[in-house]
Design a protein around this ligand. Structure first.
Ligand code: ADP
Ligand code: MG
Length: 274
């Protein structure tokens, strides 16, 4: 967001402070992390493998319980929430994964409709009962993501970039306020990566949904984000505008030069599949 000074408190969707997570007694994956995310803001979290990026997202959607600290989402403290209240919060937070997490023997539309499961009773969900409105919504989203023609195709027939668009569609049909994206482009070639980042950017700009995106690629983070947060060994090293992220900070975070980091080793290793 270009003009953060003009935002008031009601623009804050997520307010994290003192967030600490230790998986074991002698190892801290996240240490005293704190930041805010505004409505309609796309923030990237960068940092090397093991920095704590996934742990951060898992704490926010409460897949794991933080050791200490506060996470206020849409005005509600969500640490310690149980059952129905947790379920209500999770409905408004959707996830996008590196490996898409699709059910490959099902069609695109069936996968997308899984995004509605949080709104259903277990039985209705198991029976795959979705109403016409939900189906129309899913088809509309597929059209916007330009994969409508694959609606009734099994997702194992799709390229990596198309699979990730199905992942985005499933996240959108959920009507989220926040999308958490854990390395959404780490398995994609450079061209598909840009297409996916372009869609995330457009979703934030058009729908005002907030997006927190874990990324390896500093260059991509700089290009598509309103703000960047850098994690190094579980600690926040930087929180600011892409322009303010200096080569020195990047070097500190990665322990190597920014130039080396401009090309992601993962991209060189992964087969091009989009
Ligand atoms: N379930 C777990 N149990 C124990 N340690 C874990 C677990 N998940 C992650 N870790 C450790 O926490 C640290 C942060 O991991 P992670 O959040 O996955 O980092 P990133 O996503 O930035 O690669 C690493 O040292 C990792 O080994
Ligand atoms: Mg990770």
């Amino acid at each position: 967001m270009s003009n953060q000074q003009s935002m008031d408190k009601s623009d804050i969707l997520l307010d994290i402070s003192g967030l600490t997570k230790s998986y074991t007694a002698n190892k801290t994956a996240l240490s005293d992390v704190g930041f805010t995310l505004h409505r309609g803001e796309l923030v990237s979290v960068i940092g090397p493998s093991g920095a704590g990026k996934s742990t951060l997202l898992r704490c926010i959607n409460r897949m794991i319980e933080p050791t200490s600290g506060s996470i206020v989402f849409n005005g509600t403290e969500i640490t310690g929430l149980k059952r129905s209240k947790l379920r209500a919060v999770r409905r408004k937070i959707s996830m996008i994964f590196q490996h898409y997490n699709l059910v490959h023997r099902l069609t695109t539309i069936e996968n997308v409709l899984h995004g509605r499961l949080g709104y259903k009773s277990t039985l209705a969900g198991m029976l795959g009962r979705y109403d016409e409105g939900e189906k129309m919504k899913a088809l509309n989203i597929l059209a916007q993501l330009e994969i409508l023609e694959y609606a009734y195709v099994r997702t194992d027939q799709l390229s990596g970039g198309q699979k990730q668009r199905v992942g985005i569609a499933r996240a959108l049909v959920q009507d989220p306020l926040l999308m958490l994206c854990d390395e959404p482009i780490a398995s994609l070639d450079p061209k598909s990566s840009r297409i996916i980042m372009g869609y995330l950017r457009a979703i934030v700009d058009i729908y005002g949904i907030s997006c927190l995106v874990n990324l390896h690629q500093v260059d991509i983070a700089k290009e598509y984000s309103d703000r960047i947060i850098a994690l190094g060994a579980g600690k926040m090293v930087f929180d600011g505008s892409p322009d303010a992220l200096t080569a020195a900070t990047i070097e500190k975070v990665y322990g190597m030069s920014a130039q080396d980091k401009a090309i992601t080793p993962q991209i060189l290793q992964e087969p091009i599949n989009a």
